[in-house]
Design a protein around this ligand. Structure first.
Ligand SMILES: [Zn+2]
Ligand SMILES: [Zn+2]
Length: 158
């Protein structure tokens, strides 16, 4: 892939095809499809319920996962093809285009498209079709309406 085909990660700066630098908030977890730095998979693969963690594992609740837990998570990630590299565009945008999930920033009472950079208080994200003025990939809809496939390493319809 040439430089022109994709830009560097907006958070950690790696080029397309490379793994993110640890702690990058763009990296997605290949086990759940959500943000790697904030998902609960490291607890789940270690058999710890996040709901009862505060009572049952107070040290982990306050201090975070142990190195042993991280290693178990990493091993699970390797089983499903390893960490998700930066592809040159924000994770999930391609899936939104595939599923036809679009939205635009507009005035919900008039349906008029607004410039989202104007931060107009009248505006909100409204679902639309791909050809609507100002249409952008609807990442919020993605998380609520499709399933993450560990095997395929992408969002799939149920
Ligand atoms: Zn990154
Ligand atoms: Zn995860």
């Amino acid at each position: 892939m040439s430089e022109a085909e994709g830009s560097t990660c907006p958070d950690c700066g790696v080029p397309p095809g490379k793994n993110h630098i640890g702690g990058c908030d763009v990296e997605r977890c290949c086990l759940c499809g959500f943000q790697a730095i904030s998902c609960n998979c490291v607890y789940i693969v270690n058999g710890i319920s996040v709901d009862t963690m505060e009572d049952r594992y107070p040290e982990i609740f306050s201090g975070g996962p142990t190195q042993e837990m991280e290693e178990k998570y990493d091993a699970e990630v390797e089983k499903f093809g390893g960490r998700m590299p930066w592809t040159g565009e924000w994770p999930g945008l391609e899936a939104c285009r595939l599923f036809g999930f679009w939205c635009f920033w507009g005035n919900p009472s008039t349906g008029e498209a607004l410039d989202f950079r104007s931060k107009s208080t009248l505006g909100q994200w409204i679902p639309c079709t791909a050809d609507h003025p100002g249409a952008r990939e609807d990442l919020n809809r993605l998380a609520g309406s499709v399933e993450w496939s560990r095997e395929k390493r992408q969002w799939v319809r149920e």
